[in-house]
Design a protein. Structure first.
Length: 370
């Protein structure tokens, strides 16, 4: 079951292209950029410097980036189309503060409407982009464009939805997607941001980007990461855990098969005298083998029923535990349970037939003389 999960992890879709993207967290030093105006000026200078690097096709910044810097800032939210609700009843999600062109730079798949524009400023109408999950939660079967949403974390302000984008994976890639809102940075100011840089070739552009960052601020400790490496790291966590469980599960099945084979072999061997007497009284070898196979299959079937029920119960427990280890564990898989059942039944048949056939190859006259 775990090895099937490994194959599933290999084909997970992050929700946007991870190739040729570079990121770095930016936290402007307070002693250099004391107020918001200085911070805004710094980010403008930083983006301009990086955008002129050869090989860079786009650059922007977001407060959170999938898999790299969390899922977003938590917020309760409600829609202007819903009845007034108390805060206790409000839905929960996350919001991201995003600079213009951040959605295009990250590669979000725009489904409806538009992205955040430079014209979305603090003195214009509040706007937001929503992901599929938020749109389905608030306006199932409807277009979210033009609808209004209230975000408690941003002072309970109302935001007009201008765009809908495809869901992306979370930091824990197996957890359900949260309702997510992209809000213009000018309308949801954040000091710490993640610089997102789209390139034609990450390796070729890396040195030029480092120089541009140092020119913009030689004191800021920029640490560059590629999205491909970040995504691969998220997948590796799942691979290691699932392969370990897969190997130990295979060993456990092998040991169980060996133990079952030995137990049944010993049980049949202890009845050799009975087999000899049955042969001496005229029973055929096929009849005797069939008798023992039926008897042992009844016991094996009872074991499979109780063992199968126990495995499903353990699978439910595994599902609740392993989701935090980035494994999309399933409580039960018919193909896996069927394979294990065939292995057990095959071992049972072999352990019955082999010694029983040996016992039937005796001379009835010799048995009667004894």
């Amino acid at each position: 079951m775990m090895t099937k999960d490994v194959r599933a992890i290999e084909h997970l879709d992050p929700g946007f292209p991870t190739a040729n993207m570079i990121m770095t967290e930016v936290n402007p030093a307070v002693w250099m950029y004391a107020d918001d105006r200085a911070v805004r000026s710094f980010y403008g200078r930083l983006l301009a410097s990086v955008s002129h690097v050869s090989g860079v096709s786009a650059a922007s910044a977001m407060s959170y980036v999938p898999f790299f810097y969390g899922d977003g800032a938590p917020t309760a939210f409600s829609s202007g189309d819903l009845k007034e609700s108390t805060r206790r009843e409000r839905m929960s999600g996350v919001y991201l503060s995003a600079m213009p062109e951040s959605a295009e730079t990250l590669g979000l798949n725009l489904l409806r409407g538009r992205a955040i524009l430079p014209s979305d400023r603090d003195n214009t109408i509040n706007v937001a982009m929503v992901n599929e999950t938020a749109a389905k939660r608030l306006w199932p079967g409807e277009s979210p464009i033009g609808k209004r949403v209230q975000l408690d974390a941003l002072g309970g302000g109302w935001f007009s939805v201008v765009g809908e984008y495809r869901d992306v994976k979370r930091m824990n890639i197996t957890l359900p997607t949260l309702p997510q809102f992209l809000v213009p940075w000018a309308q949801s100011y954040q000091r710490t941001m993640v610089l997102v840089i789209r390139t034609g070739n990450s390796s070729a552009a890396m040195a030029g980007i480092r120089r541009a960052l140092r020119e913009a601020d030689p004191f800021e400790p920029f640490e560059l990461h590629t999205m491909e490496a970040v995504w691969e790291n998220r997948l590796n966590n799942g691979r290691v855990i699932t392969w370990l469980f897969g190997v130990f599960s295979a060993i456990a099945l092998f040991l169980a098969a060996i133990g079952l084979f030995s137990l049944i072999w010993q049980s049949v061997s202890q009845r050799f005298k009975e087999i000899d007497i049955r042969i001496a009284l005229g029973a055929s070898g096929r009849t005797i083998v069939s008798l023992f196979v039926r008897q042992m299959f009844v016991l094996a079937s009872l074991g499979l029923v109780f063992g199968g029920a126990a495995s499903v119960g353990i699978g439910v427990l595994m599902k609740s535990v392993m989701k935090y280890a980035l494994v999309d564990a399933r409580a039960a898989d018919p193909a896996v349970l069927g394979t294990a059942t065939l292995v057990i039944l095959g071992v049972t048949a072999l352990a019955c037939i082999w010694p029983a056939r040996r016992a039937t190859a005796v001379d009835p006259a010799a048995v009667l003389r004894d």
